[in-house]
Design a protein around this ligand. Structure first.
Ligand code: HEM
Length: 245
């Protein structure tokens, strides 16, 4: 690899190759799943799809720069809301290296009815992090937390400003030293995909929305439908028409 850095700091060819699966799973599936969910929500909320298209059509070029994409407020709100509402990685876990106490926002009752001021954990405990549930928490986002509403990003609630995620007042890319390293890249990828797709096409669901369920695999959560054979498969059937002004 690069010959202008000291040899002991260079990656070997094997080390470079070993990154490929990580980038395919961590980088490709997550971003494509996020874009799929964005199209799912925009196909249900045609007013939002039209509003987004109107904004995108004001851009004078078919190949905008990253800065041009990032300057589009409604596109930004749609991407934020997609990643909040449909967190492609809906949960993860951590294991405690040592006994510890996790601070909580407000006292709570444990399963024995005792009031607790923090969560006690022991070395080795596994801690499940319900990313999507936290992203949709009514105590943070209000009564409409379970709705897809890009407009909420015009004024986010005060409680959301305290969410310790690495990006966007949500836990979609988690936080701390092992947060997602690819989130900036992913955000601009999703924006570029939606820019090209929503400018050129109109999207509508091809099956009743009740037929589309959510299934979580090892990492990502995707839309699935049940086929005539009774088997579910990852799919989002859409009717796609070229957009004519
Ligand atoms: C919408 C898109 C994405 C989502 C929702 C997402 C989400 C996440 C989450 C939740 C983690 C933490 C996993 C854990 O430790 O339990 C993570 C880690 C990671 N992500 Fe992403 N990611 C996305 C896109 C990307 C992209 C585009 C790349 C690379 C180009 C990437 C590369 C990585 C890598 C390498 C890690 C491991 C970091 C570490 O352990 O230090 N991700 N991602």
């Amino acid at each position: 690899m690069a010959t202008d850095i000291p040899e002991d700091q260079r990656l070997t060819d094997d080390e470079v190759l070993a990154q490929v699966p990580t980038f395919i799973v961590a980088g490709h599936e997550t971003t494509s799943t996020a874009t799929t969910w964005a199209l799912f929500s925009l196909s249900q909320q045609l007013d939002m799809q039209r509003k987004l298209r109107a904004e995108l059509l004001q851009v004078a070029t078919d190949s905008p720069t990253m800065d041009e994409l990032n300057a589009l407020p409604y596109l930004d709100a749609v991407v934020r809301e997609t990643l909040r509402h449909h967190a492609p990685v809906p949960s993860t876990s951590r294991q405690a290296f040592e006994d510890d106490a996790i601070p909580v926002d407000a006292p709570y009752k444990d399963r024995y009815g005792r009031v607790r001021e923090h969560i006690e954990i022991k070395k080795g405990d596994l801690i499940f992090l319900p990313i999507m549930s936290l992203n949709r928490r009514k105590e943070i986002w209000g009564e409409d937390a379970h709705e897809f509403k890009p407009e909420r990003w015009e004024h986010i609630p005060e409680a959301a400003t305290r969410v310790p995620g690495v990006w966007g007042n949500m836990l979609t890319f988690i936080g701390g030293p092992r947060a997602c390293i690819g989130y900036r890249f992913s955000l601009v990828e999703i924006k570029a995909l939606l820019f090209a797709l929503v400018r050129a096409f109109e999207f509508e669901l091809a099956v009743p929305v009740e037929n589309i369920k959510r299934r979580t695999g090892i990492i990502t959560t995707r839309p699935v439908i049940t086929g005539p054979d009774g088997k579910t498969k990852a799919s989002l059937p859409l009717i796609i028409r070229p957009y004519r002004m």
